[in-house]
Design a protein around this ligand. Structure first.
Ligand SMILES: Nc1ncnc2c1ncn2[C@@H]1O[C@H](COP(=O)(O)OP(=O)(O)OP(=O)(O)O)[C@@H](O)[C@H]1O
Length: 369
């Protein structure tokens, strides 16, 4: 699949912009803060109806304006898909596919797979469990609509239950009858979601190892594990028996929102024992395995967004990644770089069509070289 063009209005630092892309490699160059990442983010928005950077849509509107639009035309294995995302302050976001309004975002998410490799990806290793859950949940949501619906329902019930617990704490009294319907839903959904995460990790793990070996070129043994307390036989009773702790801490302390994914290297946590280089390789492998799993399930090559990677990766890892590009493992690629000459030199060595775009303070010009 590929994105043919994009039209922006009042999205982040773009007043108005319109560009035609190459089917192969597109490189956005320009000084720091010019809007390269914002343009990548607009592509992400079209695919997933949300920003990769800012979950609050109000902040994605150009300063002092009250709406933004992001439009784009995709070719999905020969099928034309026009996507329109419109957000106006104080109103519900609108997404249209070929002119037809999307009611539930799950109807759109997953249709146009996208993978982003960005500088703050190391948070996947260094950050808390929330980062890892978000990464795997996003991936699963793009592949499995039922998973997305379950996750949305889970978050809804969890929010309701937490609000109820706060009320109990204010009154100083726990009311079992009120909380029981939420317990039932949360327990049931936790088991289903944890089971999906577990079987997904089993399919994803071997791909992760394969890409880690390619990128790192060494013999370390890496692994990934997902062990959820929600999968234990006693989970339902443990969840209910935990009410005193919930009452004391004023929130729900068991369920899939507490799970974590363990990233290991030579049988130890990579977060604590991995070198910087090993962690970088692991993060790229996580993303390339994501690309491969989408390709397998969706039967189309996802769009790959590479934000600032020439700056953040060392020469060896860049060379490994570019070997994969040269082997045509990927489909359409979007790359940002603050140093045009560097990206030109790297991409000149690859047999693929590259188009360069110069970004200057929210203005885009083509034919840079
Ligand atoms: N809602 C908004 N309205 C106006 N400008 C915005 C908005 N959100 C972000 N910006 C501006 O966009 C710019 C950052 O753009 P972006 O992150 O795309 O830069 P970049 O070219 O990728 O930079 P770098 O090379 O440093 O990564 C900043 O100047 C920021 O102030």
């Amino acid at each position: 699949m590929y994105l043919k063009n994009i039209r922006l209005q009042q999205f982040k630092n773009y007043q108005k912009a319109q560009v035609q892309f190459s089917k192969e490699i597109n490189c956005f160059v320009g000084v720091n803060g010019s809007g390269k990442t914002n343009l990548l983010d607009a592509i992400h928005y079209l695919c997933l109806t949300k920003s990769a950077i800012n979950g609050v849509d109000l902040l994605n509107i150009l300063h002092n304006k009250d709406f933004f639009t992001v439009f784009g035309d995709f070719d999905l294995e020969g099928k034309e898909i026009e996507v329109r995302c419109i957000f106006e302050a104080g109103k519900k976001k609108q997404v249209l596919q070929n002119g037809k309004a999307i009611e539930k975002m799950s109807e759109h998410v997953g249709l146009l797979p996208v993978v982003i490799i960005a500088p703050d990806d190391t948070l996947l290793i260094k950050g808390g469990s929330e980062e890892r859950r978000r990464f795997f949940d996003n991936m699963l949501c793009q592949m499995d609509k039922q998973y997305m619906d379950r996750l949305v329902r889970y978050q809804h019930f969890l929010k309701q239950r937490n609000a109820l617990i706060k009320q109990f704490a204010d009154k100083g009294k726990w009311d079992k009858a009120f909380v029981e319907p939420y317990d039932k839903e949360i327990i049931e959904l936790s088991k289903l979601i944890a089971t999906s995460r577990k079987s997904f990790t089993e399919e994803y793990g071997p791909l992760l190892k394969e890409f880690y070996d390619i990128i790192s070129d060494n013999q370390e043994n890496i692994d990934i594990q997902y062990d959820s307390h929600c999968l234990s036989e006693d989970f339902a009773s443990e969840f209910k028996n935990n009410w005193q702790r919930d009452f004391m801490l004023k929130r729900t302390n068991m369920g899939i929102h507490k799970d974590d994914f363990q990233f290991g290297i030579s049988d130890y946590p990579i977060k604590k024992f991995g070198s910087q280089g090993q962690q970088k390789s692991y993060v790229i492998a996580l993303k390339l395995a994501q690309f491969q799993i989408f390709l397998t399930h969706k039967k189309t090559k996802p769009i790959l967004l590479l934000d600032d990677i020439f700056d953040k990766l060392d020469d060896i890892r860049i060379a490994k990644l570019m070997n994969l590009v040269a082997d045509h493992r990927f489909g359409q690629l979007f790359i940002t770089d603050a140093r045009p000459e560097r990206s030109k030199a790297i991409l000149a060595a690859i047999e693929a069509e590259s188009k360069f775009f110069l970004i200057e303070n929210g203005l885009i010009s083509t034919d840079v070289f």
